[in-house]
Design a protein around this ligand. Structure first.
Ligand SMILES: Nc1ncnc2c1ncn2[C@@H]1O[C@H](COP(=O)(O)OP(=O)(O)O)[C@@H](O)[C@H]1O
Ligand SMILES: [Mg+2]
Length: 444
């Protein structure tokens, strides 16, 4: 299932999860902080209220009933309003939480009073949601003092310091997690790059086995794998050349023996077969030598290389010169092993000329980090069943076998081997209009 807004890269995903976690933690912290702050400020507000109420109560308790109205005059308006009533007031309000009642009570009775002036009864109610508290106190003569106090709402995050520190903290934590995520996923990219490099060049430099344990372990495992692949390739090539080498002596001996054959016709055929065998061994040895000499990857101009191949082929077959052409950009930079790559592409061009009577070489600009080279001819084409088989060593088409074209059937395998060692590939296809198209892909 595809989650909307779920990013594709590991760094972005980890970053997003961290950021969400950070936001949750910040949110929770904010709530805890605000609740705490609100509680503290409430207590301070209530203390202020009780002190003022007790101040009023004391003056009322000492005053004669006639003077009380005058004393109450300043308390008719403002956030703290007081009035007197004969009966116990019953405001439409809930009782305060126990903790708040205790705080209020402690405040009320902290004011020193002679025992005869102590309040006879107290009624404490309020609603913090509506920002009011109600304090009713019974005077010694049975009259009730009713005070309704409006508490200004508490907004703990309304201070500029608070906002600034919140922003700073968020920015700092966000920046740190971004940095950590980048560091965390960097080795994945390095590993991918190394695998890519190994695909182009088995002799690529090993990865550095430093850094955190897991990264160092992964790098070490990768290096072991690369060296095993390298040894495997080397062993195979070594075996190939050793066999080729050892075949040369018996071939020479057979040739000597053939010289002594009576039948002229048989001797001629035998020697021709032995010559062919010798050519195949020589090609095998040359191939082995090519693979083992590790030519370094260097920046080259592929367009110039193709033009050179085309020019050299035209010079060799002047009668076909106008059918051997290059179409493509003037320059295309790329990292490759120039001698090997030239051999691979020249083999394909040579086949097109040999079997198709001409070669049209095309080069397309890089697309998704891959360049494509096409080599087309207008010859008879290749039977569809053979399109893949001709890439096997010593596989030659029936026509070419009979035509004495002088090849050994190693041209295509060598070309494919070289191109794959570059991280590219080559495939053959018959064109709808006749002839063969060789399609070469090479990574930039
Ligand atoms: N452009 C082409 N048109 C027709 N046949 C081809 C073409 N390219 C290669 N082939 C066939 O593939 C075979 C193998 O080619 P290659 O490996 O180069 O060996 P060689 O050229 O030495 O015979 C050839 O013998 C030929 O039959
Ligand atoms: Mg060939």
């Amino acid at each position: 299932m595809r989650v909307p807004f779920w990013p594709r890269s590991l760094a972005a995903r980890t970053g997003l999860v961290l950021l969400l976690g950070l936001a949750a933690v910040q949110g929770a912290g904010l709530v805890v902080y605000s609740l705490d702050r609100i509680g503290l400020e409430r207590i301070a507000q209530l203390r202020g209220v009780t002190t003022r109420v007790m101040f009023l109560y004391r003056s009322l308790a000492r005053a004669t009933p006639e003077r009380r109205d005058a004393l109450l005059a300043p308390w008719r308006k403002g956030p703290l309003r007081a009035s007197l009533s004969r009966t116990k007031p019953a405001p439409n309000m809930a009782f305060l939480p126990l903790q708040m009642r205790q705080i209020l009570r402690a405040g009320l009775f902290a004011v020193p009073l002679p025992p005869r002036l102590h309040p006879q009864g107290a009624e404490l109610r309020g609603s913090f949601a509506r920002h009011v508290v109600f304090i009713g106190l019974e005077l010694p003569d049975g009259t009730w003092l009713a005070v309704r106090a409006h508490l200004p709402p508490i907004r703990p995050w309304h201070s500029p310091d608070f906002l600034l520190s919140l922003l700073l903290m968020t920015a700092l934590a966000g920046g740190l997690s971004w940095w950590a995520v980048r560091r965390l996923v960097a080795p994945v990219a390095t590993l991918a790059e190394a695998a890519e490099r190994l695909g182009r060049d088995v002799n690529a430099d090993p990865l550095s086995e430093t850094g955190p344990t897991e990264v160092a372990l992964a790098a070490a495992a990768f290096n072991t794998m690369a060296s095993r692949i390298r040894r495997f390739v080397e062993d195979r090539t070594f075996m190939l050349t050793a066999i080729g080498h050892d075949l040369r002596t018996p071939i020479t001996r057979l040739k000597l023996r053939a010289e002594f054959m009576e039948d002229d016709e048989q001797r001629r055929k035998m020697l021709a077969d032995l010559d062919e065998l010798e050519a195949m061994v020589a090609a095998t040895l040359a191939f082995g030598r090519d693979v083992t000499t590790s030519e370094p990857l260097v920046p080259i101009d592929l367009a110039a290389l193709l033009r050179t191949i085309v020019d050299e082929a035209s010079d060799a077959r002047p009668e076909l010169a106008e059918k051997i052409l290059y179409e493509g950009p003037q320059r295309l930079a790329l990292r490759a092993r120039p001698i090997a790559l030239k051999r691979a592409l020249a083999n394909l061009v040579a086949n097109a000329i040999k079997y198709g009577g001409g070669a049209r070489v095309g080069l397309a600009p890089a697309e998704r980090q891959t360049v494509r080279i096409t080599i087309e001819d207008e010859g008879p084409g290749i039977p569809p069943a053979d399109l893949d088989r001709v890439f096997q060593p010593f596989q030659r088409g029936e026509a070419s076998r009979n035509r004495e074209t002088g090849g050994t059937g190693l041209g295509l395998p060598i070309a494919r081997n070289i191109l794959r060692a570059h991280g590219g590939d080559v495939a053959l296809a018959n064109r709808p209009t006749g002839g063969v198209r060789a399609l070469v892909s090479l990574p930039l």
